[in-house]
Design a protein around this ligand. Structure first.
Ligand code: UDX
Ligand code: ADP
Length: 480
């Protein structure tokens, strides 16, 4: 029986391994993590991450051919194929601070593999890593090999949160990069056979190591670039009276452009886009490609601009001050159908409003109060360290209130900001909300989910990203 071990039971490792176990009953899959709390949660009824369809799959396989364990060394030493899916935070100090990926956790995983291995292993990079990481890992392993042979593969994961199970069941492509040697090709074949249990062969792409590593960074950069492009257009739409949803519809109808990923928003979030672009920028700079680095940097700058612009719209509409005013924040996760808040635009928007002394009342159906308080007190990039290394005691913020209902959040508020496109926000009783708010009552829609005409009829002053402006907002300054 082939044995697979995955180091890192996070958003990538957990769902990916659950699907491999589900699709390959003859393979034993162990997911290991240094976080006792995370493993306990994976073994309980309350999984550590919220992902539609995941619970069902875990329940069907757990205890049969899917195991979650903190016995990292035991499972690594028994495995034939080891996936590594550990944290790769952006460095906060030293060389490359603010851009380069910190490979501390990767290096310690590699050294541990070398320490405990007794037979030949295939080591698979699953977490996104800078180009040439495989080479570094290979060096650590071969210099500590004790005669054991290692093959390194890069097999980046393209799943998106909220649709992870769907994406894993029916991937656009599986990418496997390996050495162009007989040993490398054999390893690629072994991993290919795992995916071939459910993925058609023509969707499994095999490349060299560096192409696979770079393709992952490039794919995320291209996706993020589309969002920054449409968000840049949204500012121009507001200035000219065009409607960004009409513009993106018209542009997306060109089959060469395509319609996906053209929704203007308050900004992109998530654990990958910013981090991967920063990593890409750093690699370009290290290779003397200043112009290329600047080109990609701009994608992040437009994203920051969009979040600032949103905060400025809120403050300037409300007589240039939100001090002491209650503002409801509906949605804190970085997108719908996930409880994940990593790099969520809500953090920057909330910090901006708190900076102007607003009183925030936050509601998100999947994010806990503890998480929100942690996020709002954490330093940039701290979120990407293993949980036990994250700051534990958030500073008390009196201006912050977390509630469990959209109606409670908006009661007595001067304005409401929609920051995540949760389906339940589309069917709220806005008349009831309006009646319970201060007047004038404002809606700032950061996801373009409300029917602004209907809301205006109720009496709201409405701002929707990239849509023709309400008369109220027309003369208000929007740029920082
Ligand atoms: C992304 C990639 O899609 C995935 O392939 C990769 O493996 C990991 O990074 P994820 O971060 O889970 O996945 O979510 P994604 O759906 O890409 O959304 C990222 C952010 O962009 C979210 O904040 C989302 O709200 C925002 N977004 C997305 C927009 O603002 N507009 C869009 O049109 C699409
Ligand atoms: P991703 O979104 O890429 O899956 P996560 O942060 O959700 O990232 O998961 C990474 C996991 O890796 C964390 O649960 C962390 O505890 C775990 N981890 C980090 N270093 C090690 C290590 N050396 N051994 C085992 N697990 C590790």
């Amino acid at each position: 029986m082939v044995k697979i071990c995955c180091i890192g039971a996070g958003y990538v490792g957990g769902p990916t391994m659950a699907v491999i176990a589900f699709k390959c009953p003859a393979i034993e899959v162990a997911v290991v993590d240094i976080s006792f709390a995370r493993i306990t949660a994976w073994n309980s009824d309350q999984l550590p991450i919220y992902e539609p369809g995941l619970e069902d799959i875990v329940k069907q396989c757990r205890g049969k051919n899917l195991f979650f364990s903190t016995e990292v060394e035991k499972h690594v030493s028994e495995a034939d194929i080891i996936f590594v899916s550990v944290n790769t935070p952006t460095k906060t100090r030293g060389l490359g601070a603010g851009k380069a990926a910190d490979l501390t956790y990767w290096e310690s995983a590699a050294r541990m593999i070398a320490d405990v291995s007794k037979n030949d292993k295939i080591v698979v990079e699953k977490s996104t890593v800078p180009v040439k990481t495989a080479e570094a890992i290979e060096k650590i392993l071969t210099h500590n090999s004790n005669g054991i042979k290692y093959q390194i593969l890069s097999n980046p994961e393209f799943l998106a949160e909220g649709t992870a199970i769907q994406d894993l069941f029916n991937p656009d492509r599986i990418l496997i990069g390996g050495r162009e040697t007989p040993g490398g090709q054999k390893a690629i074949q072994a991993l290919k056979e795992v995916y071939a249990h459910w993925v058609p062969e023509d969707r499994i792409i095999c490349t060299n190591l560096w192409s696979a590593e770079l393709s992952k960074l490039a794919a995320n950069a291209f996706l993020a670039q589309r969002i920054s492009s449409v968000n840049a257009m949204s500012a121009l739409c507001e200035a000219t009276g065009a409607d960004v949803t009409q513009v993106s519809h018209a542009v997306g109808k060109d089959t060469r452009v395509g319609s996906k990923f053209l929704n203007a928003s308050v900004g992109f979030g998530g654990s990958c886009f910013q981090k991967d672009i920063l990593s890409l920028v750093y690699i370009c700079e290290c290779n003397g490609l200043k112009e290329v680095a600047n080109y990609w940097k701009q994608v992040i700058q437009v994203n920051d601009y969009q979040k600032n612009r949103f905060v400025n719209r809120v403050v300037s509409s409300m007589f240039n001050t939100v001090s002491g005013k209650k503002i409801a924040i509906l949605g804190f996760a970085f997108k719908k159908d996930t409880g994940d808040t990593r790099e969520t635009p809500a953090i920057d928007v909330c910090k901006g409003l708190l900076g102007d002394n607003a009183n925030l009342s936050i509601y998100d159906p999947q994010v806990t109060e503890d998480q929100i308080r942690k996020d709002l007190s954490m330093k940039k990039f701290d979120w990407d360290n293993p949980i036990h290394l994250q700051p534990m005691s958030p500073t008390v913020m009196k201006q912050l209130n977390v509630v469990w209902d959209a109606y409670a959040a908006t009661k007595g508020a001067h304005g409401l900001c929609l920051l995540t496109e949760w389906d339940e926000f589309k069917t709220l009783d806005f008349k009831k909300i309006y009646d319970n708010m201060q007047k004038p009552a404002f809606v700032f829609d950061g996801r373009n989910i409300v029917d602004e005409q209907k809301l205006r009829e109720i009496g709201f002053i409405v701002y929707s990203i990239g849509k023709p402006l309400d008369g109220w907002l027309k003369d208000m300054p929007a740029v920082a």
